[in-house]
Design a protein around this ligand. Sequence first.
Ligand SMILES: Nc1ncnc2c1ncn2[C@@H]1O[C@H](COP(=O)(O)OP(=O)(O)OP(=O)(O)O)[C@@H](O)[C@H]1O
Ligand SMILES: [Mg+2]
Length: 503
Amino acid sequence: MKDLLMEVRNISKSFSGVQALKDVEFQIYSGEVHALVGENGAGKSTLMNILSGVYQQTGGTMIWQGKEVSFQNTREPKSLGIAMIHQELSLAADLSVMENVYMGRLAKTSFHTIDYRKLKEDTVKYLRRVGLDEGLAETKVKELSVSQQQMVEIARALSLDAKLLIMDEPSACLTQNETKILLDLIRELRDQGVAIIYISHRMDEVFEIAQRITVLRDGCVVGNFMSDEVSVDQILSTMVGREYKVEKLHSCRAAYQDEPILEVEKLWYKNIVKGVSFKLYPSEVLVITGLVGAGRTELVETIFGCRKATSGKVTIEGRNITGVKACKMTKEGLALVPEGRKIKGILPQMSVEDNTWISALSRFTRFGIIRTNDAAKEVEHQINSLNVKTPSVEQLMKHLSGGNQQKVILGRCLMCLPKILILDEPTNGIDVGAKQEIYKIIDDLSKQGISVICISSEIAEVMQIADRVLVMHEGSVTGELINDGHLSQDVIMQYASNVKIQA
Ligand SMILES: Nc1ncnc2c1ncn2[C@@H]1O[C@H](COP(=O)(O)OP(=O)(O)OP(=O)(O)O)[C@@H](O)[C@H]1O
Ligand SMILES: [Mg+2]
C-alpha cells in the first residue's frame, strides 16, 4: 500500500449561483499518478484550485500528511510542496524564459542584484529535462509557440521540487513528441515518490500513465477505479452518465469537380512555411496534420493574414487576398479559431455574450446603431446549439470552464457567417462527449456548404472528420490523402515524419 499524502473530505464549493463541487472525497498517494477525468464543467479545475489555494472551499476539510490544513492563499500549499500547472498558461509574456521559471525566487548576487548567470545555469537544467533548446533560456516567452510555453510551465513546476504535482490538462496543446517527453517525465517523478494528479480528456494518456482514476460529474465523484481494473468505455460511460458511442461521420462531402473556393499557391512564410500549395473545395473538410514544428499553425495564420507572407498567393473564389490583414478577413468570408485559448482567444473580463458576438459587430450595426436584440437572439442560439455550460450569457468569460470557453470562441466565429472556417486544434481541452458534438457541428457546417480547414494532431480525429488530409513536415506538404475510409495511421505517420513510403 502506498503512503497516503493528502485527503480531501466532503469538499463543496459554490460560486454565486453555481454549485461547482458537492461533497467530494479524494485520496492522493505518494508515488502514484491519479487521473481526474470528467466532462467540461464537471469541476476538475475547481477542485484542484482548492488544493492549491487559489479558491477556498465552502465546506469540507483537507488533510495533508495526517494534519488538517486550510489554505487562505497559494503560498501556503506551495510551502508544503504542492505545485500546480494551471489549465490556462500563466506566464509573463514580456519576461524571459528563465525569469518565468524562477519568478518570485530569483537568485541574488552578494550585491543584491539578480544573479543572471546562476539563473541561466539553473534554468538550462530544467529546459533540458523537458526537451527544450537550452538557447531559449534568455528568449522572451512571447516569442515561443504555445506548446513551447507549456513546456516552460512544466519546467517551472519541476523546479519547485514538489511532493504533489497537479497538472491540469498539461498535454492539451502539446503534440505527440512533446506529450511523450511529458509522460516519461511523469513516470520518472512518480518513481521518485512524487504524487501526481493528472487531468486530461485524452483517455489513451490517462490509461498509459495513471494507476488510479477518479471520475467527476456535475461536481460529484461518480467513480473511483484502479486503471487496470476498468475499461475506457466504462470510464467514458461513467463520465457522461449513459452509454458512450462514437458516431461515424465521414461522408466525403466535397465536390472535387467544382471550382475550388480557396487556392493557396507556393506560399512561403520565412523559413517556416515552404512553398505550400493546395486547393479547398466547397463543403470540404480538409484536415492538416503533422508533427511538432511542422508549420501548420504558421501556414493558416499566413493564409488568414496574421503573418505577412514572404511570397506566394492566396485566392478566395478567384479574388486575390494575399496580404489582406486578418481584421479584414471576416469580410472575405474567412474565420479562424486560433490555437490556445488564453493567448489569442478569450476576453476574460467580458461576458459570454460579448465574447460571442464581438467579431460580428458590423453585421448588427446600421448607421452606427447596434441592433442589440437581434445580436442577443443569435448569441442565445449559438450558446444553445453549442451546448455551452454557463448559468447565463451575462456570466464573465473567465468563470467558464476551459472547454466551454473553447466552444464560445467557436460560436464567435460562426456568428461571422464564414464561407471558410479555419480551426486550429479545435478540440484541445474538449471532453469526449463535447468532441463528438463539435465533429457533428463541423459535419453540419459542411452540409450547409461551408468549407472547413482543421488542424489536428489526433489521428482518430483526423480519420473521423476529414474528407482529405494534408500531412506537413518541416514546413512542406509531404502527403495528400483522400479519406476514403481506408486511411491508415501508419501511412499518415510516415508522411508526417517524411520517411520513405513503402509501395
Ligand atoms: N470563478 C468562478 N465563478 C463562477 N463559476 C465558476 C468559477 N470557476 C468555475 N466555475 C463554474 O464551476 C463549474 C466547474 O468548472 P471547472 O472549471 O472546475 O470545470 P472543469 O471540470 O475543469 O472543466 P473543463 O474540462 O472544461 O476544464 C463550471 O460550471 C464553471 O462555469
Ligand atoms: Mg478545467
